[in-house]
Design a binder for this molecule. Structure first.
Ligand code: GLN
Length: 203
């Protein structure tokens, strides 16, 4: 490696991937491919160096309990206040939501959205589709939904970025990005790059 290449890596923003559950490795790979440094995180003290944090899919009730257990919920809220960006995918979307329909499960509650869990019905709990995401450019975005939620209501400060069958599945509020699907599974990094741009203040 040349000195220039090393300098470039040292300057690259650091994105954490919450590593309790879910597609941690796939998110780490996507973040690196998008041009940032990726680190798995599970403890509050690891948050300090991060420009952004990804909360992967999994089981939102389990991840929520672990966030509370390790004191990560409060630490994430504080780091968000101080400028860190957050990207929640699937269960991560649920955990970022202020409201979760019919549930009082632990959450971060930072984003002014209402999440409906397991919302696409039993027969089609998992499916793939192409989404139109005008903010990304470059054509349709392949999206994998796995027992996915959708966003059933949004507050005034939330930008709806994509819908599927009139259900909101991708939205942004300030430094918060929420996807109902799994962008780490489709072998492209446009959405991870977009998150990196949010985390570095470019969009
Ligand atoms: N159904 C899960 C939940 O409610 C989310 C599914 C996923 O993250 N793939 O937490």
């Amino acid at each position: 490696m040349t000195r220039e290449e090393i300098a470039e890596i040292e300057q690259a923003p650091v994105i954490g991937v919450l590593s309790y559950q879910g597609d941690v490795r796939e998110h780490l790979v996507a973040v690196e491919a998008a041009g940032a440094r990726a680190v798995p995180v599970n403890r509050p003290e690891q948050l300090r160096e991060l420009a952004g944090l990804i909360i992967p899919g999994g089981e939102s009730t389990t991840i929520g309990k672990l966030l509370t257990h390790f004191g990560m919920d409060q630490a994430i809220r504080e780091c968000y206040e101080q400028g860190m960006a957050l990207f929640g995918t699937c269960a991560g979307l649920i955990l970022m939501a202020r409201e979760i329909e019919g549930s009082d499960q632990p959450r971060l509650g930072l984003m002014d959205i209402t999440a409906r869990r397991n919302a696409f019905g039993r027969q089609v709990q998992s499916f793939e589709t192409d989404l139109d995401v005008p903010d990304l450019g470059g054509g349709p975005l392949r999206a994998v939904f796995i027992r996915a939620p959708y966003i059933s209501a949004v507050g005034a400060g939330v930008r709806v970025m994509a819908s599927f069958n009139e259900r909101i599945v991708l939205a942004r509020q300030d430094r918060l990005l929420a996807a109902a699907f799994h962008p780490e599974l489709v072998g492209e990094t446009r959405l991870h790059r977009y998150f990196l741009d949010i985390a570095t203040g470019k969009v």
